[in-house]
Write a new protein. Structure first.
Length: 243
């Protein structure tokens, strides 16, 4: 199914008071259930008598008013930003509570006696994350491969083995400053040996022939120009490093 692009926003001066009142429920960042719906999903939740263009306009204006900007722009100079939904705010509060120095010290003490559990976690994480990325293999087969040290046979198994290598290496690099070189090193560790000709581990893309398109050939997303990647990665680091 093709994804329909959002319509242009209607100037508020073009809307009557009756139209605004009839669509007032859309003047919010999330819907009634707290969902941050994209237009492709919101359009199917329009009730009889409501106008989808008006609904999207009010939703988009509410989000624009609440958005928090960061010091990072795309090639067109448009500044990046994000909205904090109730679910995200709840998750951030949980992280704040459990990531304090005192909380981390307590967790460290409790984990010291959990050797077996941690060993299982080290096996589960690379398997689960690889499966989320598209690796097509069963958890049982993947776990046996990691436990026995068997060499991966398929590209999917190589993905899992690469993530396992990455997890094993990261603890030794925690004190290293985050730099483009380190990011490329991590990419090489995780992606090396899967299909080097295809994934170019540790290297930047050099061509501009990558696009995300729908079934009709309409471009939904095109990544930044290859020539700008080193500069854009460098500019993103201060944002990533912010506490």
């Amino acid at each position: 199914m093709a994804i329909k692009s959002p319509p242009g926003l209607i100037p508020l001066s073009h809307l009557s008071g009756e139209e605004l009142l009839a669509h007032l429920r859309f003047n919010r960042v999330t819907d009634e259930k707290g969902r941050y719906l994209p237009f492709d999903e919101l359009q199917y939740r329009i009730k009889k008598g409501e106008n989808v263009d008006v609904a999207w306009t009010l939703t988009r204006l509410a989000r624009n008013a609440a958005i928090q900007r960061i010091n990072y722009c795309n090639e067109a100079g448009e500044q990046a930003g994000f909205n904090i939904t109730p679910v995200i705010a709840e998750a951030c509060e949980l992280v704040d509570k459990r990531a304090t120095a005192l909380a981390l010290k307590d967790q460290t003490e409790r984990l010291r006696g959990a050797g077996a559990e941690l060993s299982q976690l080290r096996l589960e994480e690379p398997i689960t994350s690889s499966q989320l990325e598209g690796a097509n293999t069963t958890t049982l087969v993947a776990r046996k491969m990691l436990e026995t040290g068997r060499s991966p046979r398929t590209e999917d198994e190589h993905m899992i083995a690469g993530n396992a290598r990455l997890m094993a290496e990261i603890p030794h690099l925690l004190a290293e400053p985050l730099t483009p070189a380190l990011i490329r090193q991590l990419h090489a560790i995780g992606m090396g040996g899967i299909n080097d000709a295809k994934y170019r581990p540790g290297e930047f893309r050099e061509t501009d022939d990558v696009v995300i398109a729908d079934y009709d050939g309409n471009i939904v997303h095109q990544p930044p120009a290859a020539a700008l990647l080193p500069e854009r990665l460098e500019k993103s680091l201060p944002v990533v490093k912010q506490p």
